[in-house]
Write a protein that binds this ligand. Structure first.
Ligand SMILES: *[C@@H]1O[C@H](CO)[C@@H](O)[C@H](O)[C@H]1NC(C)=O
Ligand SMILES: *[C@@H]1O[C@H](CO)[C@@H](O)[C@H](O)[C@H]1NC(C)=O
Length: 424
């Protein structure tokens, strides 16, 4: 790992020592700690996915981290043993000089972002698995401050939104309503960022969870995503004509279905073409019968697919794949100098431990040559980053970061913001 990650690691070690000491004190004070430790060490989706109050406790089982650092025995096709470290999916990448900026007012996972030159709107998302946001935080790139916030409509989705903008209006299509693993809604809204007034739009023909969404040629396009149960991939593609924040039609029109459905993909319109990048099939879904719709892990497959639709909209073209499968990148991209830049994500699970693996690279897709390169490393691996670009700087904020340089599993939900001067 490079310089920055090493620095990061030594900082980590210090704070770990403090944490161990704190945990030790707390342990003296009561048995609650014992309960918490056993909860934290029985690794599950839930313990990795939330919760700020417990983070310092789950830092304690360093045994767990140590175990992760061990190499895993794998049989390859020839029957020979080989070793596969937890970090095997990391690609070689140059370090980038990241500068930490003011953190967002709240941490968020599975939030969304829209940049309208300056400012940068950061919408909704989970705070913890049991708490979802229903507001927008606004960042000013000129003075690098989080300068305001405003609420979202009460019955608008809270995470996994489909978002797009025309440079003034922000369209918010469907998404998950409520915490844990509740299902998606079909409700759709638009806000005028100049007056900050929300208006409702015709609902999608069916609820969608994290659909690929973009504005293209005067129509709002929505495709893929997860169906009502949050898990089943949807292939449908709909569009509706919009102008100045109003739908010009009463109903969504059916368009050519996407070759592969599922949530968490980047959807970008550039040079009059629509690109759909990465994503996955399957996702966590509510445990059957759970009154709180408790999340339970289900089979999921992450893809490196890149699809493109040209202006004729007759046929999807398959383009060269991402350098590795990557998902949870719906708002993790910017367009700079005829390239799409993507920050972080999640890749396929570890083949042996089946743990989730986060992505820490920055990818560049060159729109002239249709080729991919890995142009750098983030300060850590992180998924559902919200990316922006201003005055030569690539920014990212929010998401869920890894457990440390040697452990790519998801852990803390963050509001941190970072930037680096981009030279591509
Ligand atoms: C951003 O901050 C600058 C400097 O304080 C200010 O002049 C500008 O109006 C702000 N922009 C927005 C969009 O808030
Ligand atoms: C984009 O291209 C221009 C012109 O070649 C160059 O000056 C600029 O530095 C490039 N931007 C980035 C972020 O590399």
């Amino acid at each position: 790992m490079g310089k920055i990650l090493h620095q990061h690691q030594s900082k980590n070690n210090n704070s770990c020592r403090k944490l161990v000491f704190t945990v030790f004190l707390v342990c003296i004070l009561g048995f609650a700690c014992i309960l918490n430790l056993s909860w934290a060490s029985s690794f599950s989706f839930t313990s990795s996915y939330l919760s700020f109050a417990s983070n310092w406790v789950s830092q304690k089982p360093r045994i767990f981290v140590a175990r992760q650092q061990q190499q895993h025995n794998v049989d390859d096709k020839t029957g020979n043993k080989r070793f596969l470290s937890a970090t095997f999916a990391d690609l070689p990448a140059p370090d980038l000089p990241w500068e930490q900026m003011p953190s967002a007012p709240v941490p968020r996972l599975d939030g969304s972002a829209i940049q309208i030159k300056n400012p940068f709107y950061v919408l909704s998302g989970y705070g913890t698995l049991d708490y979802v946001h229903s507001h927008v935080d606004v960042f000013n790139f000129t003075d690098n401050t989080w300068c305001s916030r405003f609420d979202t409509p009460k019955d608008m989705a809270n995470s996994h939104l489909g978002v797009a903008t025309d440079g003034r209006y922000i369209y918010v299509v469907s998404g998950q309503y409520g915490p844990q693993c509740r299902g998606p809604t079909a409700r759709t809204y638009v806000i005028d960022t100049q007056t900050r007034k929300w208006r409702s739009m015709p609902p999608l023909p069916a609820p969608r969870y994290a659909p690929a969404t973009q504005l293209w040629r005067g129509r709002l396009h929505v495709m893929g995503g997860g169906k009502e149960n949050r898990h089943t991939p949807a292939l449908e593609h709909w569009s509706i004509a919009v102008k100045d924040g109003k739908a010009l039609e009463k109903e969504w029109r059916t368009e050519i279905p996407i070759p592969r459905g599922g949530p968490h993909r980047a959807c970008v319109v550039v040079n009059d073409r629509l690109f759909v990048i990465g994503g996955q099939e399957g996702d966590f879904m509510a445990k059957p019968g759970s009154p709180i719709f408790k999340c339970s892990r289900r089979h999921e497959v992450v893809y490196d697919d890149v699809y493109m639709l040209d202006a004729e909209m007759k046929k999807w073209k398959v383009l060269p794949p991402l350098p590795k499968p990557n998902s949870h990148i719906e708002c993790s991209w910017v367009v700079v100098n005829n390239s799409i830049i993507i920050t972080g994500g999640t890749t396929e699970k570890h083949p042996v431990t089946k743990r989730m693996i986060l992505v820490g690279e920055v990818f560049q897709f060159h729109l002239d040559s249709l080729t991919w390169t890995v142009i750098g490393k983030l300060p850590y691996r992180v998924k559902t980053t919200l990316a922006g670009f201003w005055d030569g700087y690539l920014y990212f904020t929010s998401g869920q970061r890894d457990r440390g340089p040697d452990n790519p599993q998801p852990k803390k939900v963050i509001g941190e913001m970072w930037r680096t001067k981009l030279k591509i």
